[in-house]
Design a protein around this ligand. Structure first.
Ligand code: NDP
Length: 434
């Protein structure tokens, strides 16, 4: 702990992982002899740099940026960039650590990384965001590339930011290749990438329910967030016949008793993706209830999809959800459930889809974007949706192998951690002392 003093969320992520993997290690001497778990918790390297940029008033501003290259045992580093004022090294290490095992679960050859900056894109003009992205890439371009490290989006980094970043990368490198994913469709992006994380989280919950003999159609769902993951999770829930009653942002939650239908969702996507508005405007537009400063977890539901940020669902929320009859939870966001809440769900036999399995759809389609770039082809929407569905089913089935609890619901958390661990551990054992 002293080695990583003060890195609270990184400790949380490692502890949650180690709880699952240590019992498995007790039966696998080889991994123990090679100190695999200890080695895995240390990133390969962390790059820290200053980003100086000019605001619209002509003043120079400075932010800190990082790239945590965690582990490239099974493929080039891969993972998103986050722009948010809360970003620090601990958050990026937790996200990079999770990414290693998530990418392993997809079955694609991708290592794990994460990066970002404490830059706050909210309230900045497009030109300010452009100047920041261009300046960040002046340093980052040396450390990335299709065989080295391939960043993507995350909180605060969407299509606009990826376009500015890729434009600057291509200029500095004087070459066009898939060094970033989440690109626009006119310059190497993939169909279904934008929707993939949200769709994937819903496919995962559909798989968990099916395995337990329950139908998703007709179920009531609560979703948190109203960003990239949340919006497309809502879309897929509607496609599969569920009803969705909540969405949120950092200001509060809307509770729509009639349900968010397709027309309302189209309006919400336009509000969030184009007008960069607040969720409270949905309540004004459609007469829904607005709960300022609250999250959605007190609203009764069968299925919960936390899709905003880490630790957004605590033990009290978990108790409230279970009291109201929750059947399943699928983590669209990374580590949105606190450790206490997660243990409570497992104790109560709620089907718990952990982030590294449930939200792996985004990085999986990023992997498919890289394949399309390398092959110089574009697959159709049907082809990509089919592949995404297949990958989510395979991840679900891998979790079951190591998550069986006789007479109880499947422990998907242990299943995901152990299955993700084995592939990376085997590669590290093979390499010897590197
Ligand atoms: P976006 O920036 O598009 O949306 C984030 C949403 O979460 C916004 O509605 C935002 O509200 C809300 N939010 C952010 N911080 C807080 C907070 N502290 N409290 C309450 N609400 C908050 O990000 P994404 O949708 O891309 O990412 C959401 C989560 O999903 C993250 O945990 C991310 O790591 C994870 N994820 C994303 C993937 C992707 O493909 N995009 C892939 C895998 C995981 P506001 O606008 O008010 O800040």
């Amino acid at each position: 702990i002293r080695r990583n003093e003060g890195e609270v969320v990184f400790h949380q992520a490692v502890r949650e992982f180690a709880e699952s993997v240590i019992p498995f290690l007790s039966e696998h001497q080889l991994y123990r002899d090679q100190y695999i778990l200890e080695r895995m918790t240390e990133p390969d390297r962390i790059i820290i740099f200053r980003v100086t940029w000019e605001d619209d008033q002509g003043h120079l501003r400075a932010n800190r940026a990082w790239r945590v290259q965690f582990n490239n045992s099974i493929g080039p580093y891969k993972g998103g960039l986050r722009f948010h004022p809360s970003v620090d090294q601990s958050i990026l290490k937790f996200l990079g650590f999770e990414q290693v095992f998530k990418n392993s679960l997809t079955g694609l050859p991708m290592g794990g990384a994460k990066g970002g900056s404490n830059f706050n894109p909210k309230g900045k003009s497009d030109r300010e965001v452009m100047r920041f992205c261009h300046s960040l890439m002046i340093e980052l371009h040396r450390h990335i590339g299709p065989d080295r490290d391939i960043p993507a989006g995350d909180i605060g980094v969407g299509a606009r930011e990826i376009s500015y970043l890729f434009g600057q990368y291509k200029r500095l490198e004087n070459r066009w290749h898939g060094a970033l994913t989440g690109k626009g469709l006119s310059y190497g992006g993939s169909l279904v990438r934008k929707e993939a994380t949200g769709y994937g989280a819903v496919y995962f919950v559909q798989n968990m329910l099916e395995h337990a003999g329950i139908d998703l159609a007709g179920k009531k769902a609560s979703v948190s967030g109203s960003g990239n993951v949340a919006l497309y999770a809502i879309e897929k829930l509607l496609d599969l016949g569920a009803t969705v009653h909540t969405a949120s942002d950092s200001g509060g939650t809307i509770y729509d008793r009639d349900g968010i239908d397709r027309d309302k969702l189209a309006w919400l996507i336009d509000l969030k993706e184009k007008r960069r508005g607040r969720i409270s405007e949905y309540a004004e537009q459609f007469g829904a209830e607005y709960r300022a400063g609250e999250n959605p977890w007190s609203v009764p539901c069968d299925i919960a999809l936390p899709c905003a940020t880490q630790n957004e669902l605590d033990l009290n929320d978990a108790k409230e959800l279970v009291k109201n009859g929750l059947l399943a939870i699928s983590e669209g966001a990374n580590m949105p459930t606190s450790a206490e809440a997660m243990h409570y769900f497992l104790e109560k036999d709620v089907l718990f889809g952990p982030a590294k399995a449930a939200n792996a759809g985004g990085v999986a389609v990023s992997g498919l974007e890289q394949s399309q770039n390398s092959l110089r082809i574009s697959w159709s929407r049907e082809e990509l949706e089919g592949r995404l569905q297949g990958i989510m089913k395979e991840i679900h089935d891998k979790c079951i192998v190591h998550g069986q609890r006789p007479g109880r619901s499947v422990d998907y958390k242990t299943g995901a951690n152990v299955a993700g661990f084995i592939k990376v551990a085997d590669a590290m054992c093979g390499y010897g002392a590197v």
